[in-house]
Design a protein around this ligand. Structure first.
Ligand code: RET
Length: 247
């Protein structure tokens, strides 16, 4: 286990990743199954949300199998700051997952709010910048990594502003059901997404917590941000006609 990395997940970490993989897979099939209850033209939120958890299931399968990572030298060993040549397992596959799934999650929210396409595409572009800066920062050994992290945090602030302010105000004219589901899922997203840079800071960033703890931290966040978020969103949409949102 972790022959290439001095600091890698143990079998417990691997088991945890596989457990999340199972939960993602179950939710994916559930969301697809629920789509059949709707007319074909009214399934957009089911397809987007099922896609999110399918992609996550594959990413978690990869991490559980101890693949999709590269060893990156860390500036110090947690137990002995003077030792060099220590490598931490950095899962780049996370960012492949997020690059695909975070735009889909934003589409879930911004389409619910009836935002115009130019705004949606623009916010997604900013989101891609956030994910890529996180990836580059994670792969950088030196403290320049914190520069990338800062760019990513600025991007996140802009996204949260769009969600919490612009998009939320946009829902006011769309009726109680839309307002309610957007408020619930938007708030959940705002809280959870703010915790990701903290997880990054103590894992890929500062190498403060062990990769097994990283598995639990990101794993719980991803579970809440994808299957739980998705379930709430689809439930909230049960009586909403997508035509009302211009879809
Ligand atoms: C990084 C590091 C750079 C700074 C910021 C980050 C934010 C990441 C976020 C990820 C969200 C992921 C989700 C995954 C799906 O479940 C890239 C960690 C701000 C917000 C929701």
């Amino acid at each position: 286990n972790g022959a290439n990395a001095d600091i890698a997940i143990t079998t417990h970490g691997s088991d945890f990743y596989f457990a999340i993989c199972a939960l993602m897979t179950i939710s994916a099939f559930t969301f697809v199954g629920l789509a059949f209850r709707k007319h074909r033209r009214d399934r957009v939120f089911h397809y987007i949300t099922a896609g999110v958890v399918f992609v996550a299931a594959i990413a978690y399968f990869t991490m559980g199998s101890n693949l999709g990572f590269t060893p990156i030298e860390v500036e110090y060993r947690r137990s002995d700051p003077k030792v060099s040549g220590v490598f931490r397992e950095i899962f780049w596959v996370r960012y492949v997952d997020w690059f695909i799934t975070t735009p889909l999650l934003l589409m879930d929210l911004l389409l619910t709010a009836g935002m115009p396409w130019p705004t949606i595409l623009w916010v997604i572009l900013i989101d891609e910048i956030m994910i890529v800066t996180g990836l580059i920062g994670a792969l950088v050994r030196s403290s320049y990594k914190w520069g990338y992290f800062t760019f990513g945090c600025i991007a996140l602030c802009y996204i949260l502003y769009q969600l919490v302010w612009e998009a939320r105000r946009h829902t006011i004219v769309l009726g109680q059901d839309v307002k309610r589901v957007f408020f619930m899922c938007g708030t959940l997203t705002a809280v959870l997404w703010t915790l990701y840079p903290i997880a990054w800071g103590v894992s890929e960033g500062g190498n403060i917590i062990a990769p097994d703890s990283e598995a639990v931290f990101y794993g719980i966040l991803d579970f809440l941000a994808k299957p739980v978020f998705g379930g709430l969103l689809l439930w909230g949409h049960r009586n909403i006609d997508p035509a009302r949102l211009g879809l």
